[in-house]
Design a protein around this ligand. Sequence first.
Ligand SMILES: *Cc1c(COP(=O)(O)O)cnc(C)c1O
Length: 356
Amino acid sequence: MLKNTGFCDRYIIMKNWQKEYSKSIRNIDEIPSHLVDKDISSLKRVSEKYPFFSNRYYLNLVSNHPELKPVIIPDERELEDNTGLEDPLGEEIDSPVPGIVHRYPDRVLFLTHNICPIHCRYCTRKRILGKNVNFGKNTWDRGIKYIESHKEIFDVLISGGDPLLLNNSEILYLLEKLKNIEHVGLVRIGTRVPAAFPERINSELINTLKQFIPLYMNIHFVHPLEITEEVKTACLRLSGAGIILGAQIVLLKGINDNVETLKILLRELLKIGVKPYALFHPDNTRGTAHFRLSIDKGISIVHKLRGFISGMAVPNYMVDLYRGGGKVEICYNYIKSKDGDTYEIENYEGKHFEYR
Ligand SMILES: *Cc1c(COP(=O)(O)O)cnc(C)c1O
């Protein structure tokens, strides 16, 4: 287990997470000075366009581990990037009613609101960070109606913003409605909360969620330093309640784009009961060019993981195409040639074998 921050042992049992959340930091002047090595006025300009936001737990973690700085501290390069798209995945094109993205045949994305435990600087939905996007109960009800009237929808992925920052009665409302739709066989929650604001995972939340098992939860992580004792406790509480945990990781230049860091992250995730599900190539979101790397680099990193560490630890490497093209798995091509029904296949070490 990686070093404990020592900061929030006392918060993990805290009941009033809202109170702790309300102490989150939005003002650049309150960021510890060693994390702001550049001209503070330029960071203020960045945060006018893309607001800075972090709860105290995560800011403290970054303060102790400046390797995590690029995750939440604004960077003047965000304003220089005109290459990316505001809505790179074309979510607005595929939205039949507000808050629903229906792109694939049997599943929908259900966006609950746009509030998060931290503002990740590489966020795909950077366009709505901190903006007052109105996803109220009426919007949810329209989304639920849409799902009810589309019998082909098997899988509902609740995301946002972060659904675990809704209060328990709101979570109960959504899960009850969705789980009661007969054709919905799978409900999953996409969240960064267990990794970035573990004090939210208190007993009331666990009691709310465990009424709905089987329930799947994909937690967003980017770096092994995020796996603290508090995060471990939060994940073990969730899995102990019967919730099935996966991880979604974004491959990010300057944060985790090397084999060693990813290897540690993937193994540490398995150690806390979280199965790495997807490794996403960074989206082409405006203001995030400094995090991007080539697909070739991504392929070569995953190629150095597959076969070298537990298969359980290796996520699928996915690229989400522009304008609604959707997610595609990208991988190294191990088939080197084919002659009739005979293939020449390379193994993880680069040795070639014939397979008939
Ligand atoms: C990622 C995504 C999903 C879920 O895709 P899976 O491959 O099933 O994990 C569903 N809808 C949208 C719009 C998505 O972006």
